[in-house]
Design a binder for this molecule. Structure first.
Ligand SMILES: Cc1cc2nc3c(=O)[nH]c(=O)nc-3n(C[C@H](O)[C@H](O)[C@H](O)COP(=O)(O)O)c2cc1C
Length: 186
């Protein structure tokens, strides 16, 4: 059984994290744990057709971001990978300096100290020198920086196509086969 921790923060693009949760549901031997930031609880109903309740129900376990006592806060609760999608610049900066004042940043702190797989999907534009420096620092620690960038070589015709491609890239990092993605073939 693989255990994945998915966090959705208040950067634009919550649909990527939601589609990730949806796509993991039919995968066998996978357990999903979800944390929504307070701002994500605002952006999700604003940007998507999903309610917070619907998103929480996509995961096997769901936590509040201010519940520091929940399982992911401890390194003794083993999980295989954590994905923060989308990841705000605020959360990136907190992770960079180990400022673990909520369950998302504490969990990321745990993943780094335990040398576990951490995938960040940062979203912001334009990117300042502060943003780039924080991401560069984290990339040098071995953290996967996987921004949701549009791939036009797949000839997307819908938002769903664009989002699917990003979810495929996350699945690749999780070493899981993704059936809905279009790959380049020469
Ligand atoms: C509509 C909306 C869109 C936002 N988009 C972004 C974004 O793309 N990237 C980003 O870093 N912050 C974005 N923000 C700002 C974050 O929500 C804000 O910095 C927040 O404190 C992040 O906290 P969190 O990481 O705990 O969710 C956005 C805010 C709103 C209201």
């Amino acid at each position: 059984m693989k255990k994945f921790l998915i966090a959705i923060t208040g950067a634009s693009g919550a649909i990527h994290g939601i589609k990730l949760l949806e796509s993991l549901r039919p995968v066998g031997n996978v357990e999903t744990h979800l944390i929504l930031s307070e701002t994500a609880e605002w952006t999700i109903p604003y940007e998507t057709e999903y309610s917070i309740k619907q998103v929480r129900e996509l995961a096997d376990h769901s936590y509040s971001n201010n519940h520091m006592w929940e399982a992911p806060a401890s390194g003794s609760f083993y999980m295989d990978a954590m994905v923060i999608c989308p990841c705000s610049m605020k959360t990136i900066s907190a992770i960079r300096i180990g400022f673990a004042d909520n369950l998302i940043t504490r969990s990321a702190d745990v993943f780094i100290k335990e040398s576990r797989k951490l995938i960040l999907c940062p979203r912001e534009t334009p990117l300042s020198a502060i943003h780039l420096d924080n991401m560069s620092y984290l990339a040098h620690l071995g953290i996967c920086i996987l921004p949701p960038m549009t791939s036009l070589y797949t000839k997307p015709t819908s938002i769903d196509d664009i989002v699917n491609h990003h979810v495929m890239k996350i699945f690749d990092q999780l070493n899981i086969d993704y059936p809905n993605g279009k790959r380049w073939q020469s």
